[in-house]
Design a protein around this ligand. Structure first.
Ligand code: SAM
Length: 161
């Protein structure tokens, strides 16, 4: 699938003008390896019983994985790098029949194309996490890893009053 195909507008879709010169300067902390190389092959949302995927954490961040094996589930944030970022109105089916505003969708096409998935942690092999539950293309940049909210909250240090 070429980038050109991805970027094509569907009937009735609307774009806006992207601002210039603002940048949150994310650091990509790793790379995600999945079985999917084309958008159509990816599941719409990851399944906890889906195929095993590998999250490769880059060397400067490997020490930040300490303690992660204690969690059964993680939240993964990633950068949907092959998305267009100027769509305000989208036609998910591509047939020109129903439209939705971008913020009423979990579409990858959004101003800041951050994807999130809850995943099951299968194993930790050094700098690599083996997980199930992702829906992104092979090579998708990794933005963050957090322990599952429900598993983490009971263990979180108390907040000083
Ligand atoms: N689970 C995430 C969420 O809800 O934030 C992403 C959901 S989004 C509907 C998942 C779809 O994004 C996939 O089915 C695929 O079509 C597309 N996608 C996956 N990886 C992508 C990437 N690196 N760049 C652009 N689109 C991607």
């Amino acid at each position: 699938e070429s980038v050109g195909m991805d970027m094509r507008l569907r009937p009735g879709e609307e774009t806006t003008v992207l601002p210039e010169g603002q940048d949150a300067a994310l650091h990509f902390i790793g790379r995600i390896n999945t079985p999917w190389t084309r958008r159509e092959e990816c599941p719409r949302q990851g399944q906890l019983e889906g195929p095993e995927c590998r999250i490769e954490v880059f060397a400067p961040w490997v020490a930040a994985l300490e303690g992660i094996a204690a969690y059964k589930h993680l939240e993964i944030l990633y950068w949907l790098d092959r998305s267009r970022r100027d769509l305000v109105r989208q036609n998910p089916k591509g047939d020109g029949t129903r439209y939705f505003g971008t913020f009423a969708l979990r579409s990858p096409q959004r101003p800041n194309p951050i994807g999130t998935s809850q995943v099951r942690l299968i194993g930790v092999e050094g700098a690599v996490l083996i997980v199930r539950g992702l829906d992104c293309l092979d090579g998708t940049p990794l933005v963050d890893i957090k322990p599952d909210r429900c598993e983490f909250t009971p263990q979180a240090p108390a907040k000083p009053l």
